[in-house]
Design a protein. Structure first.
Length: 347
């Protein structure tokens, strides 16, 4: 795994945030109500678990500065995602966030999965001796760095009759696009499956509203986010597609470097002031195709991510979120369901 030069910056930001959080945890924080800061999504921005909201990091209002630090782990069979991130909210108007993501891939050797060779369902990728190359996807790591910016345009999630609306962007850099994971030269897992680029920028607009007398007469939060993106599997499998890269052409992947408009949403009901339950969804582009269930002829696309969650806010300094998540199809697995756990500190 390569170490990208952002890692030092991200680590320093997270450490500084932890120090400030440790001081702030001993005092009453911010002027906003408990849980109105949301939690932190896997890309580092304030929001739900898998989608950003319009809220700004921290509990601070117009004349204050706050933020958050977070650690998240998602596990599904043969894949595990770890995220560390930090965000700073400025005057409840602007947010700057950073995140570092590691995806562990452990699906085994492609040659033994019946994917590359001349066997039925294989891709016919063999050397001069008719032997498929040995390509191992066991215990491989894909890392990615994310820089996010968000600005609140208008509204307040509580105090205006219309939603709080924010716009944001996320610049993502995949560090293992050319990582030479298989001895095939400078080609990493994203490029092997046909990704066109190692970096990309998402743009989004989010609208978030809290209803004090909502579902079942309880406090209810609703969020909708519209994202423009080229990312495959959030960027962990690169950005866009190139039919000339890796096994993309053999799988029937077409070249595409266009933005896609994708919808995301969240809804949560507060069972009590410090406990919320809810669900989310996140659409993803379907450019990339890859083998599913060891058969190259059965191809999948990223599909829609979903989760159901419970979040606990014991105070304004800490929150814990647990979820059951469906990440949609990933290489060699049509179903990727597992558990999500996130610890969030707010200052």
């Amino acid at each position: 795994m390569k170490v990208h030069h952002w890692n030092k910056t991200i680590a320093a930001t997270a450490i500084a945030g932890l120090g400030i959080w440790g001081i702030g945890a001993a005092h009453a924080q911010g002027s906003r109500l408990l849980a109105t800061s949301g939690v932190t999504e896997v890309g580092g921005s304030t929001g739900g678990g898998i989608t950003p909201w319009a809220v700004i990091a921290g509990y601070d209002t117009g004349d204050e500065v706050g933020g958050s630090v977070t650690g998240t782990y998602v596990t599904v069979p043969n894949y595990g995602l770890t995220t560390l991130g930090a965000a700073v909210g400025i005057h409840n108007r602007f947010e700057i966030s950073v995140a570092h993501e590691n995806l562990n891939v452990n699906v085994g050797a492609l040659s033994s999965l019946g994917v590359l060779g001349n066997q039925p369902g294989g891709l016919g990728l063999v050397n001069s001796g008719g032997v498929a190359p040995s390509i191992n996807l066991g215990n491989q790591t894909i890392s990615m760095d994310v820089l996010g910016l968000k600005a609140r345009l208008f509204g307040d999630i509580l105090y205006t009759p219309y939603p709080q609306v924010s716009v944001g962007l996320k610049y993502k850099k995949n560090n293992d696009f050319n990582s030479n994971f298989s001895g095939l030269g400078p080609i990493g897992i994203p490029k092997f499956f046909g990704a066109a680029k190692d970096s990309g920028t998402d743009f989004y607009v989010a609208a978030t509203k809290v209803f004090l007398n909502g579902l079942f007469h309880r406090v209810t939060l609703v969020n909708l986010t519209l994202r423009g993106t080229k990312a495959n599997a959030m960027g962990l499998l690169g950005f866009g597609t190139n039919a000339n890269n890796g096994i993309a052409g053999a799988l029937g992947t077409k070249s595409n470097d266009s933005y896609h408009a994708e919808l995301e949403g969240s809804a949560a009901v507060f069972l009590r002031p410090d406990v919320a339950v809810g669900g989310e969804f996140r659409q993803q582009p379907d450019n990339m195709k890859y083998p599913i269930n060891s058969q190259a002829t059965a191809v999948g696309s990223p599909g829609t991510m979903k989760d159901v969650f419970i979040a606990y806010f014991p105070n304004k300094s800490l929150s814990l979120t647990a979820a059951y998540a469906d990440l949609g199809p990933l290489p060699f697995q049509a179903s990727n369901k597992g558990f999500y756990l996130s610890l969030n500190g707010t200052f």
